[in-house]
Ligand binder design. Structure first.
Ligand code: 5GP
Length: 190
């Protein structure tokens, strides 16, 4: 039997730069690791495409898929629902392709239960003040939503210890080097 892919669980508060880090990893290891496109009930942001960043669906459709047991994990985050479609992830792993899930803390707990051999990584900001600054700089959310995401971050950051690895994103290149070495170690594990 061929080697199974490695499942990487990637979390961190909104605005920490995990999207940028993940993108670099996917680009460097193209063909070896792929992203799982999640399903969400939130509205697309400017520039986001259905099927690329997320599959954007209604809450009713989301609930139908939960009932159908279509998700590997799912969670409500800042008033919206997010879920990882199970089938695609399972197929990729069985083909020996590594998969990265960029999901929240609640989702990560569900994945660890079902797939205990996953490798989990939490990205931390250098400080809470810096996170607030970055989140505002993005200009993608209303003030109300920025505050809600900061509140969520306050709850999420103390959960970093549940993860196999914690990486502080102070300097992007340094954080990426660390992520890269964690990934390469995980990919050569078996
Ligand atoms: P955003 O709305 O900024 O794209 O994502 C908000 C949060 O939802 C982020 O922490 C992101 O990692 C998380 N998230 C995205 N997709 C999923 C998913 O499929 N499942 C879970 N549990 N969280 C997700």
């Amino acid at each position: 039997m061929g080697k199974r892919g490695v499942l990487i669980v990637f979390s961190g508060p909104s605005g920490v730069g995990k999207g940028t880090l993940k993108k670099r990893l996917l680009e460097e290891f193209e063909g070896q690791i792929v992203d799982s496109v999640s399903v969400t009930t939130r509205e697309p942001r400017e520039g986001e495409l259905d099927g690329r960043e997320y599959f954007f669906i209604s809450r009713q459709e989301f609930e139908r898929r939960v009932e159908n047991n279509d998700f590997l994990e799912h969670a409500e985050f800042s008033g919206n629902c997010y879920g990882t479609p199970r089938e695609n992830v399972v197929n990729l792993l069985s083909q020996g392709i590594d998969v990265v899930l960029e999901i929240d803390v609640q989702g990560a707990r569900q994945v660890r239960k079902q797939m205990p051999d996953c490798v989990s990584i939490f990205i931390l900001p250098p400080s809470f003040e810096e996170l607030e600054h970055r989140l505002r700089e993005r200009h993608t959310e209303t003030e109300e939503k920025v505050l809600a995401r900061l509140e969520t971050a306050k709850r999420e950051i103390p959960c970093a210890g549940e993860y196999d690895y914690q990486i502080v994103n102070n300097d992007l290149d340094a954080a990426y080097d660390r992520l890269r070495s964690v990934y390469m170690q995980a990919a050569h594990r078996t």
